[in-house]
Design a protein around this ligand. Structure first.
Ligand SMILES: Cc1cc2nc3c(=O)[nH]c(=O)nc-3n(C[C@H](O)[C@H](O)[C@H](O)COP(=O)(O)O)c2cc1C
Length: 214
């Protein structure tokens, strides 16, 4: 298969995951083309935070009330960033398209713009991957990024066939110790055990590639 792996990465962790996915696909004999999505202008971490922080009280409501979450995830205000021109703005020539970026509360701003610009997704099998600082909390990490990504992929005519979310064990805003403290209480294992290069990470990467081959 001819596979596009398109990713945005600000601090390098999602790029590492994109590379691991690419290596796995290539070891299975697939042709992989990578699209590194780049922003037109780099913003400071505080700029990124300020553009979403006012929505945090509603994120707390999302965690507490599933029906509110379903409603809110269709309506929240998703910031976007301008991108440099894409190498593959039309993906119709690919058999599979894998799209990845960091989790910034919801979708990262460059990926949100990418999912607005992308052409040729109609009837395409698409998968999504992400890195985040924390462990794979079903709602706070997984659902808050992959539900809105899936909705946008479906709106472009694609079908979301697989998702992969792994921990980078890194947070630019300095709140990693919270995740490190909470993870053993909730999951009975360390945050590091959910890292891209952990045994868990390696197994999940294989699973993701298996799902893409179906
Ligand atoms: C504005 C902002 C919001 C973030 N939100 C989350 C979050 O909701 N959950 C989380 O676990 N990590 C969050 N992170 C951390 C990143 O998702 C994490 O460090 C990611 O692995 C970075 O990927 P990159 O190196 O590819 O840029 C956030 C980081 C930034 C800058």
């Amino acid at each position: 298969m001819k596979i596009l792996v398109a990713y945005y990465s600000r601090t390098g962790y999602t790029e590492t995951l994109a590379q691991r996915i690419t290596d796995e696909f290539e070891s299975r004999g697939h042709e992989v083309i990578c699209e590194q999505i780049e922003v037109a202008r780099q913003k400071s971490r505080w700029n990124l935070l300020l553009r979403q922080v006012y929505q945090y009280p509603l994120v707390a409501l999302c965690l507490a009330f599933p029906s509110f979450r379903r409603w809110w995830l269709k309506r929240y205000i998703q910031p976007e960033d301008d991108l440099k021109p894409l190498a593959h703005p039309d993906v119709s020539q690919f058999d599979r398209v894998c799209i990845g970026g960091p989790k910034w509360c919801y979708i990262s701003y460059p990926i949100a713009r990418y999912l607005r610009l992308l052409k040729g997704l109609s009837n395409k099998k698409v998968s999504a991957f992400s890195t985040f600082a924390g462990p794979p909390f079903e709602v706070f990490e997984i659902e808050l990024i992959f539900k809105p990504m899936g909705d946008r992929i479906r709106a472009l005519g694609g079908t979301l066939i697989a998702t992969l979310g792994l921990s980078s064990n890194y947070h630019e805003l300095g709140i990693l110790p919270i995740f490190q403290r909470v993870t053993p209480n909730v999951f009975k294992r360390s945050l590091e055990s959910f890292h891209i290069d952990s045994e868990y990470g390696k197994a999940k990467i294989k699973e993701f590639c298996d799902d893409n081959e179906k």
